[in-house]
Design a protein around this ligand. Structure first.
Ligand code: ADP
Ligand code: MG
Length: 410
């Protein structure tokens, strides 16, 4: 029994190498090099664990080889997972454990299951990841129990049970450590982002204003020049293009300036319903021009705390994005209703959608997939929503559409 407990601790500490190295490596840029080092660590702990299995009674041996497979598959990638499985089979041949066929069949079943939940795992929150880990461990414990009973070792069940608990705890601790570390790094990045944002708004404040005034003058003179009678058609065309480009530049500067507006936290009770109706009316021509059918269903009496202009800016940004996401037209729904003392607004389009990786980047300064985009619209909108104590959620499916789900306390 003493040996058994000591063995369990030994295996636990071997496996703790994995999160330890992961945390160290996460300080460096993720790439082939860091991934290879991480995989080597995993393989090292795998080989250690397999070389000194926990021996129980007559010839039954447990080891923790499942954990390296799990971690390499989900935290490096399917290829690394495959390499780990091959390593397991290799060690088995070398050490003549003679379980080759059983192992091979085991991993023939497990690998497709891994592939099946891979996507789910990548986008899930830490809890979901833990649950997936538990599910796999239950599966393995189940199959081990059956094997134990079949081979007539059912009185070793206590060992299997305690071993399974230790191995599950080990996996859970590894996932927890890796995920917490990830969260910390994400927070650090957010902080740096906020810093960038600060720099952006300060720049915007000083530069944008200085540029806007001379541009208004230039635009005025170009307009006068364009209205002259004795222009050749070519000259007229050049002037039109120049005016268009100036307007575009002015739009961008407008975006910059709204970024730099002094953040006054002066909020008042405003009618969200009226604001939405106004915005829908304002955006109607743009929607028609893009073949988009704007469907509104706005409950009256939605009152929230905020600033009408900022609030309008948010909805104009979101509706504009939704329309731009449907280059060949479609339906755009703008629904607003009351739910549990919250005002809910859903803006749903049938556009190109956003993939899960992109969703994470939304709201970062300059993140835009459009050739003429500024990538500032969402950043400003999210900032305003946050200051109004609101909340947002983006639900999107590529080529199906996107819903921006907003809620504000009433
Ligand atoms: P911009 O519109 O200038 O590109 P935004 O900050 O408004 O900047 O949007 C950033 C990016 O988010 C867009 O370039 C687009 O890729 C994506 N996006 C925003 N809303 C939607 C939507 N409704 N459907 C698809 N993609 C969207
Ligand atoms: Mg936009």
């Amino acid at each position: 029994m003493k040996d058994f407990v000591a063995d369990l601790f030994f295996h636990f500490f071997i496996m703790m190498m994995i999160p330890f190295i992961n945390i160290i490596l996460s300080r460096y840029k993720k790439g082939l090099k860091t991934n290879s080092i991480f995989l080597l660590t995993i393989l090292f702990s795998l080989i250690l664990s397999m070389s000194f299995p926990v021996k129980v009674g007559d010839g039954i041996a447990f080891d923790l080889k499942f954990i390296p497979v799990f971690i390499s598959f989900f935290y490096i990638g399917p290829i690394a997972g495959g390499i780990t499985v091959v390593a397991i089979l290799g060690v088995n041949i070398l050490e003549e454990h003679m379980e080759l066929l059983v192992l091979f069949i085991n991993y023939l079943i497990i690998t497709p299951l891994f592939g099946f939940v891979y996507k789910c795992y990548q986008i899930g929150n830490p809890w979901k990841k833990l649950c997936i880990g538990i599910a796999f461990y239950l599966l393995i414990t189940g199959s081990r129990t059956i094997a134990l009973i079949q081979s007539g070792h059912s009185n070793d069940f206590v060992y299997l049970f305690s071993f399974s608990i230790v191995s599950f705890l080990t996996l859970a601790i590894i996932i927890y450590l890796i995920e917490m570390n990830k969260l910390q790094i994400a927070m650090l990045e957010q902080l740096q982002n906020a810093d960038k944002l600060n720099a952006v708004s300060q720049l915007a404040a000083s530069v944008a204003h200085e540029i806007r005034n001379p541009m208004t003058t230039i635009r005025g003179f170009l307009q006068i020049l364009k209205d002259e009678d004795n222009l050749t058609s070519k000259q007229g065309m050049f002037l039109s293009i120049s005016l268009d480009e100036l307007d575009r530049t002015q739009n961008i500067i407008g975006d910059f300036l709204s970024l730099a507006r002094p953040t006054n936290n002066y909020f008042e009770s405003i009618s969200l319903s009226q604001t939405l109706v106004d915005v829908a009316q304002f955006m109607h021509p743009f929607a028609v021009m893009s073949n988009v059918n704007l469907i509104t269903n706005i409950e009256g009496n939605l009152v929230i705390n905020g600033n009408t202009n900022e609030c309008k800016q948010v909805f104009i940004n979101l509706i504009k994005n939704a329309i731009e996401a449907m280059p060949s037209g479609g339906n755009l729904e703008l629904f607003a209703y009351k739910e549990n003392e919250n005002a809910i607004i859903n803006i749903t389009d049938e556009g190109i959608g956003i993939d899960p990786i992109q969703i994470k980047q939304l709201g970062q300064p300059y993140y835009s997939t459009k050739t003429k985009g500024t990538g500032l619209g969402l950043m400003i909108s999210f900032d305003i929503i946050k200051r109004m104590n609101g909340d947002y959620k983006i639900i999107s499916k590529v080529n199906v559409g996107t819903t921006f789900h907003l809620s504000f306390p009433m």
